[in-house]
Design a protein. Structure first.
Length: 268
């Protein structure tokens, strides 16, 4: 597992955007062989999306032959609700880049048959040839997507009840009222993410420091579901100095030393 430690969120976001853009370009995607990208919502990727929009508008990367699959969606929120993940993705990324609408896949939290929706989503990923790169963020409790603490590490896309802690954390988007946050969501599973050929996780801020320490310095644990990244062949964490606050000094020095030459922006 690689760990790239940047001084701040701005630097982290720009580097991650360039890394993703470089991966897309180097794959030389075509209409017949598209690049398949898994994407998260939440506050962590906003800076990366902002930088990807800039790169696309500057002509440095194109999304015309990119297919996307988002991690999750609330159950019961209309797609045009300002806190739905459909709205989030179109607001922060899709409306500003050249991706065809038919290439975008987001779970339908209003589907008549939610279990079928989850099954069909897994099938759609399979038909697309699997995910080339899955970008993700984490919660302060180390969960990835809506795979809350205690989730099965072999889980697939499914309906998930959200913990009170998660609803409190997300209540900042709902007028600080946890009761307004939907109690259930559709989410890809831990195994769905781990099936990707590459996984890149953004971890920023002091609030995520304990989770990063658990993921990096302790073992795989279903109470910290992102710790499954330790078993991925091509897993990478991109974090900032604040998030590394609870890591051992030796751990930080080790990763800063071995990744020193990789801190510059990837070439496009």
């Amino acid at each position: 597992m690689r760990i790239i430690i940047h001084p701040d969120y701005t630097t982290l976001s720009k580097w991650t955007a360039y890394y993703i853009a470089q991966k897309i370009k180097s794959s030389n995607p075509t209409p017949e062989k598209k690049f398949v990208l898994g994407l998260p919502t939440g506050s962590s990727p906003i800076g990366t999306y902002r930088e990807l929009v800039k790169l696309c508008q500057e002509g440095k990367v194109s999304f015309k032959n990119v297919v996307t699959f988002n991690m999750d969606e609330y159950v019961g929120l209309p797609e045009d609700h300002p806190e739905s993940y459909h709205y989030f993705m179109w607001h922060h990324l899709f409306s500003h880049v050249d991706i065809p609408k038919e290439n975008v896949h987001i779970l339908d939290g209003n589907a008549k048959d939610l279990e079928k929706e989850c099954h069909d989503y897994e099938e759609a990923i399979r038909r697309a040839g699997g995910i080339d790169l899955f970008l993700g963020g984490i919660g302060a409790d180390g969960h990835i997507a809506f795979n809350e603490p205690g989730s099965s590490l072999s889980s697939r896309t499914r309906i998930k009840t959200l913990t009170y802690d998660t609803r409190v954390a997300n209540s900042r988007f709902f007028g600080n009222d946890p009761n307004k946050v939907p109690k259930t969501a559709l989410t890809v599973g831990v195994a769905t993410v781990m099936d990707a050929r590459e996984v890149v996780i953004i971890i920023n801020g002091i609030a995520k420091a304990r989770a990063l320490q658990k993921v990096v310095e302790e073992g795989v644990n279903h109470m910290w579901t992102v710790s499954m990244l330790q078993l991925h062949r091509h897993g990478m964490i991109v974090c900032d100095d604040d998030a590394s606050f609870e890591l051992k000094v030796g751990t930080v020095k080790y990763f800063k030393d071995i990744e020193r030459e990789n801190l510059s922006l990837p070439r496009l």
